[in-house]
Design a protein around this ligand. Structure first.
Ligand SMILES: [Zn+2]
Length: 267
């Protein structure tokens, strides 16, 4: 039987709420146990407070957000801009994966506007890959297990890669019924309202999330609010046809035919 456990692995506190939390909530509704992990503490996300203070504020905000989502909270493993593809982080993240044993891993796009996001995606993929490899040691040490896991990549920020090319999703998840709770969880990151105004010119991070989910919803031509996903190649993870999001979400999941046609054409 497939494990009904899902984990969202984001780079910074509020990334899960931006790109993945609607789907996480839909999985919870479908009977999944859900887990929440931001790799970095968010310590650089302030022009007002020092690193230690910012880390502490954002830890509290992230815990609140996870509670609103009804997700198991896992503490961050490093600091902002230190999400590097290195052995220490891989051992730590693989340890979390071995503890949680997820059948579904939700993480960032392999192409995205900043390196913390792309490195999170790479680390999540490798950590899931090593779940059954006893010769790869995790920190802390955790036993291996043999099970299927499917990795899904969220859409990148702005739905395009770091070279400005458009990324279209392989599938859509209808997040309309989860949208209110998703917004509430995002709003728990109170410190980010001011910071994102200053650093990225987002007049409201809540509106930005709203805008993205409506845009993806329009792209689906079916759902009002949606999140888009691309499924990682199955080798080393699961069967070739495994698509546990489809299985769990039924009519709230829609394969994007345009993406499938592109795959067949090799574009
Ligand atoms: Zn981020």
């Amino acid at each position: 039987m497939r494990s009904k456990v899902a984990i969202a692995i984001g780079a910074h506190p509020d990334d899960i709420e931006f790109y993945m939390a609607g789907t996480l909530l839909m999985l919870k509704q479908a009977g999944y146990e859900i887990h929440y992990l931001n790799l970095a503490s968010g310590n650089c996300g302030s022009a007002e407070y020092n690193s230690a203070m910012t880390r502490s504020i954002r830890h509290t905000e992230a815990r609140t957000a996870a509670r609103i989502l009804g997700a198991h909270f896992h503490p961050s493993l490093t600091e902002d801009l230190l999400i590097l593809y290195n052995l220490e982080l891989l051992r730590a993240l693989a340890g979390v994966i071995r503890e949680v044993k997820p059948g579904i891993v939700l993480t960032h796009s392999p192409q995205d506007y900043m390196e913390d996001h792309t490195n999170t995606s790479r680390l999540a993929v490798s950590a899931a890959f090593t779940r059954g490899m006893p010769n790869f040691k995790t920190v802390p040490p955790r036993p291996t297990a043999d099970y299927s896991v499917t990795v899904y990549h969220a859409l990148p920020h702005g739905c395009c890669d770091q070279l400005r090319r458009r990324i279209i999703p392989g599938a859509f998840v209808n997040t309309t019924s989860a949208h209110k709770t998703q917004l509430k969880a995002l709003a728990a990151h109170k410190s980010q309202q001011k910071w994102l105004d200053v650093s990225q010119g987002l007049n409201s991070y809540l509106l930005a999330m709203e805008d993205m989910s409506l845009t993806v919803g329009r792209l689906s031509k079916k759902f009002k609010h949606a999140e888009g996903w691309r499924r990682h190649l199955h080798f080393g993870f699961c069967g070739p046809e495994a698509d546990p999001l489809a299985e769990a979400l039924g009519k709230n999941y829609l394969v994007n035919r345009a993406y499938e046609r592109n795959l067949e054409r090799g574009v």
